[in-house]
Design a binder for this molecule. Structure first.
Ligand code: LMR
Length: 393
């Protein structure tokens, strides 16, 4: 049967990891996949994670199966981190999931079971894997305008206008903060206007929160989730702990669902657990217990907040440094959107041909759309990077 298959194309983001690794040029720069890096270009295990892992090794009694919903202490802590006191928790539940992607995949099956004919509106552009992941699960996706590639601003009026014409009952996929790929988030007033349209049109917010703590703070990065949770009858939130806990390969995330009332909540909860059983049975445990140990211990939580703030601060610093270097090396071009964006990503704003030249001639790797991971920039490579970009402009 396998003779019927053609090779699949390399993933637009993950494919860059191998390409960069195989490049022998010492001056190569990786601005591809979204992982945090230190000033030394490393992605170390957070200190607080090491501490919690040691505690786990010392105290864990069993590795018997946990249930489909995962660890209750983890779920309670993630729910608090995400929603605080923004809504009636009797209408809400949170389950553990294998990373943000696993959470999105479970959500997709839930949506199909609940309302198979609904469309999910996604930002244009959105995370490159949203479309194959959710579309591949069987959902119908439709785009709403989001990013103006000329002016490097959010197209908020066009976005609102498109959503005003969406059929009642459709879902709107929103990035809670650090929009991937543009790095540009709606302001709090914009979020209020988005929520108004969602309520008026009877739409369901489906929020992907993969970068809580990477934009401004844990609380303000959750503004969209908490504001909507206080206003809508139903919503879905997918969280990832890959970035803010640096637990990329351990696959830690959660899925929260807010339902219209407690009875509906219980029904949806049983359906979600049934979905989990039919996909991966039970979630992986290790990383989630580590997160639970951190979030449920005031001392470890405080230490985590400091490490998270340091990651956030480094990203901000690199944005300023990079923009300054480009002002010097490419004075005829405006890259000021680099410092208006937040989190790990933004578009450099060059053509696919220029992206290809940067890779071939200079060993500078980024996604074809010119999305760059700011964490790949260091004080040591920033001038080389700016020179390379100036050479292809
Ligand atoms: C990214 O956007 O680079 C990250 O979220 C990693 C991934 O899985 O694509």
């Amino acid at each position: 049967m396998f003779e019927n298959l053609q090779p699949a194309s390399a993933d637009a983001i993950l494919g860059l990891i191998a390409e960069h690794k195989n490049d022998k040029r010492p001056q190569k720069v990786d601005l591809g996949v979204g992982v945090f890096r230190t000033a030394a270009g490393e992605t170390p295990v957070l200190d607080v994670v090491k501490t919690a892992e040691q505690r786990l090794v010392d105290t864990q009694q069993s590795k018997a199966y946990i249930g489909t919903a995962g660890d209750p202490d983890f779920n309670a802590a993630m729910q608090e981190l995400t929603f605080a006191d923004s809504c009636d928790t009797a209408r809400l539940f949170t389950i553990q999931a294998p990373g943000g992607s696993g959470s999105l995949r479970v959500a997709a099956s839930l949506i199909l079971r609940a309302r198979a004919d609904a469309s999910v509106w996604v930002s244009e552009p959105t995370w490159a894997n949203h479309i194959p992941l959710l579309g591949g699960a069987g959902l119908t996706l439709k785009p709403y305008p989001y990013y103006d590639t000329e002016k490097h601003v959010i197209r908020i009026e066009q976005m609102l206008d498109t959503l005003r014409h969406a059929p009642a009952g459709d879902l709107v996929l929103l990035h809670a903060c650090c929009h991937n790929p543009s790095g540009l988030d709606p302001s709090e007033d914009d979020w209020r206007a988005i929520a108004d349209v969602i309520v008026e049109r009877d739409l369901v917010p489906f929020i992907d929160m993969a970068y809580q703590g990477f934009a401004t703070s844990l609380a303000s990065d959750a503004f969209a989730v908490r504001h909507m949770a206080g206003r809508v009858p139903e919503m879905i939130v997918s969280n990832s702990c890959s970035k803010n806990f640096g637990l990329y390969r351990d696959r830690v995330g959660s899925l929260s669902v807010l339902a219209a009332d407690t009875g509906a909540r219980d029904t949806v909860y049983s359906q979600v657990n049934n979905v989990v059983r039919t996909i991966y049975s039970v979630p992986p445990d290790h990383g989630a217990v580590v997160v639970s140990l951190i979030l449920n211990d005031p001392e470890l939580k405080a230490a985590w907040r400091l490490e998270l703030a340091a990651m956030r601060g480094r990203l901000r610093e690199m944005r300023v440094l990079f923009n300054d270097a480009l002002i010097e090396k490419a004075p005829d071009h405006d890259f000021s959107h680099l410092v208006r964006a937040v989190g790990m990503f933004c578009f450099l704003g060059v053509t696919p041909e220029q992206v290809a030249r940067l890779k071939q001639e200079f060993g500078v790797y980024m996604v074809d759309s010119s999305r760059i991971n700011i964490a790949g920039i260091t004080a040591n490579n920033v001038n080389y990077l700016a020179d390379s970009i100036a050479a292809v402009l």
